[in-house]
Ligand binder design. Structure first.
Ligand code: HEM
Ligand code: HEM
Length: 193
């Protein structure tokens, strides 16, 4: 398997970014809910330590992923895909990228406004990006939650669209993103419905 994308295939690097970030985000949602609702105790601080550390790691990975994408265009969509669907795929992917940047950024604002000294994985001090303020902290916390709910809705559509490509349209859009998944037989013989 190649590192870079080709016209037909995602490369190893793009797939590794997609799945590493997807798995981390899916883990971060229960971790965030658990941390926010835990009673004040050393365990709560520890849950937040991992939540914020992985959240900042996700932010860094998304930036690297977008840089990689800038110099390495995605493979082409199936030729018979209607224009409206191509447009929706483009918009929804752009929105997903915007959300996975805005969610950790809003978390960073909560931490800054709370003026909570924090070192990512105990190694790198997280600088404050806003001045301490209870009101800003509350606002950023509401924004963090609203963005996560939006992400949940969009991800449901994203996964449904991926499954539709495989099971209904019988093309290779899902199989070329999932290592080891075979394309539907119709896609392999070129008879795509
Ligand atoms: C937190 C979870 C996820 C996030 C944030 C996410 C985000 C994204 C983004 C931004 C893209 C566009 C890639 C690009 O054009 O650079 C993409 C592509 C894709 N995703 Fe996800 N994804 C997630 C989970 C999933 C899951 C669970 C599936 C499968 C069921 C999936 C299937 C796909 C497929 C098949 C593509 C390739 C589309 C194409 O070839 O144009 N994703 N994803
Ligand atoms: C993709 C990354 C992230 C995801 C998916 C995520 C998800 C969540 C979720 C689901 C909650 C619980 C929501 C609630 O009960 O209000 C939460 C809360 C929280 N998150 Fe994140 N988070 C991410 C990144 C970050 C980062 C980078 C930070 C800080 C540097 C952070 C700081 C917080 C804080 C302080 C809370 C508690 C909010 C409150 O007290 O209302 N998060 N997060």
């Amino acid at each position: 398997m190649r590192l870079r994308n080709s016209r037909q295939q995602w490369g190893l690097v793009a797939m590794a970014f997609h799945w590493a970030i997807a798995l981390m985000i899916l883990g971060m949602i229960p971790l965030g809910i658990l941390a926010a609702n835990w009673r004040l105790s050393p365990t709560k601080l520890e849950l937040f330590f991992w939540h914020k550390s992985f959240g900042m790691l996700i932010l860094a990975l998304v930036v690297l992923r977008l840089l990689w994408r800038l110099f390495n265009r995605p493979p082409a969509l199936p030729e018979d895909m209607p224009g409206a669907e191509r447009f929706l795929a483009g918009i929804s992917h752009a929105l997903l990228y915007a959300l996975i940047i805005a969610i950790p950024l809003s978390g960073w604002v909560i931490n800054s406004a709370a003026n909570f000294p924090f070192k990512i994985f105990g190694l790198v001090r997280l600088p404050n990006i806003v001045d301490p303020s209870k009101a800003v902290q509350q606002l950023a916390s509401d924004v963090h939650l609203a963005l996560i709910i939006t992400l949940g809705v969009l991800l449901t559509v994203h996964v449904a669209a991926a499954l539709r490509h495989h099971w209904v349209k019988h093309n290779d859009v899902l199989s070329r993103m999932v290592p080891g998944l075979k394309p539907p037989p119709q896609a392999r013989t070129g008879k795509v419905t």
